[in-house]
Design a protein around this ligand. Structure first.
Ligand SMILES: *Cc1c(COP(=O)(O)O)cnc(C)c1O
Length: 346
């Protein structure tokens, strides 16, 4: 029985076509800037998203860290959400390695950071305070898509106060696919539209896009070549024949963006299939992540039960199911059946 792994969209295997692209990639030493496949990916993503330059990174964590350290100096501060990956899930790297103070604020229900809260947390120029330098947002955040009107207003607010704007777009293309209807159904145009509100954007290729490794940080030529590149080297991210990996990401950029719509459809299908189960509350998914709240009394044996039926998820009282390239409709139906069996005994 093939396991239906819904723990994360990071568990995907490279497709045969992706492996072929990797095998065929021309390679060079990227520390010398000589790897044509890395350069191709960087140039393609920068152009697609409307930035001057881009830099291939081993991970999204490193990409966000290099971005924060490129925007902020020691003693500066960035405004960020309580549940943002850059703040909560990256080991406190910006504070530890960058001496950058986070100013976390609570999210609104839709995942956004309320503008009034952002404004209230921008410090005056006074020796008592850290210097507020950057607004860092995340899209999608917890699978939710930040509204375009919000991005535009948050961006204007940041600019008014002289703050730089960074987007953790680990799942930028999930957000883009979800709002593509506002861009003539073109997800690439939607991604560019989202990015137009930011000075830098970090995109993960190892999530829904299905590449084995890699993120790319986009920004101005100055930010990328003068600052981020130095931080990447210092944090140990200078790679040699990295084109092998960049080729997988480039393949994903060309072939795995539009198909994210299928993941979103399967997530909706899963949520519908769980609707109405006694002891289960399902949040309607906007992209590829389904959150399911489980009555505490019923939570204990659930993950083991699912596992015994060949279905993997994460969480306890709040389960997370993530659809991706290696999950199909039958897999989702198996997950629904296993959940029904557990909660209804059928
Ligand atoms: C996964 C993720 C990252 C970091 O990715 P790694 O490649 O695992 O370091 C950053 N931000 C968000 C929102 C993510 O989901």
């Amino acid at each position: 029985m093939k396991v239906v792994d819904l723990r994360s969209d990071t568990v995907t295997q490279p497709t045969p076509a992706m492996r072929e692209a990797m095998m065929a990639a021309p390679l060079g030493d990227d520390v010398f800037g000589d790897d044509p496949s890395v350069n191709l990916l960087q140039d393609a993503l920068a152009a697609a998203l409307g930035f001057e330059a881009a830099l291939f990174m081993p991970s999204g964590t490193q990409s966000n860290l290099c971005a924060l350290m490129s925007h902020c100096q020691r003693g500066d501060e960035y405004i960020v959400g309580q549940f943002a990956h850059t703040y909560r899930w990256e080991g406190g790297g910006a504070a530890v390695l960058g001496s950058i103070q986070p100013q976390p604020i609570s999210h609104a229900q839709d995942g956004s950071l309320p503008l009034a809260e952002i404004a209230a947390n921008i410090k005056p120029d006074d020796a008592h305070f850290a210097r507020t330098r950057l607004l860092a947002l995340e899209n999608t955040i917890g699978g939710k898509v930040l509204p375009l009107a919000y991005l535009s207003e948050a961006s204007r607010l940041a600019l008014t106060h002289g703050l730089a704007r960074h987007l953790d777009g680990a799942r930028l293309f999930n957000a883009a696919v979800a709002c593509a209807h506002e861009f003539g159904h073109d997800p690439y145009a939607a991604a560019k539209g989202i990015c137009s509100h930011f000075d830098s954007v970090s995109v993960c290729f190892s999530k829904g896009l299905g590449a084995p490794v890699g993120s790319v940080l986009c920004g101005s030529r100055e930010l990328i070549t003068k600052r981020a590149h130095r931080w990447r080297k210092m944090t140990g991210g200078g790679l040699r024949q990295a084109g092998l990996l960049a080729a997988a990401a480039h393949h994903a950029l060309e072939h795995h963006v539009r198909r994210l719509a299928q993941d979103h459809a399967l997530a909706r299908h899963l949520a519908q299939g769980l609707q109405g189960l006694d002891g289960v509350t399902v949040e309607a998914p906007q992209t590829n992540i389904v959150f399911v709240d489980v009555a505490p009394a019923k939570a204990a044996g659930l993950l083991d039960h699912l596992k015994s039926r060949g279905v993997l998820a994460t969480g306890l009282y709040r389960l997370r199911f993530v659809t991706h390239l290696d999950v199909d409709a039958q897999g989702v139906d198996r997950a629904i059946a296993a959940m029904r069996e557990y909660f209804e005994g059928v």
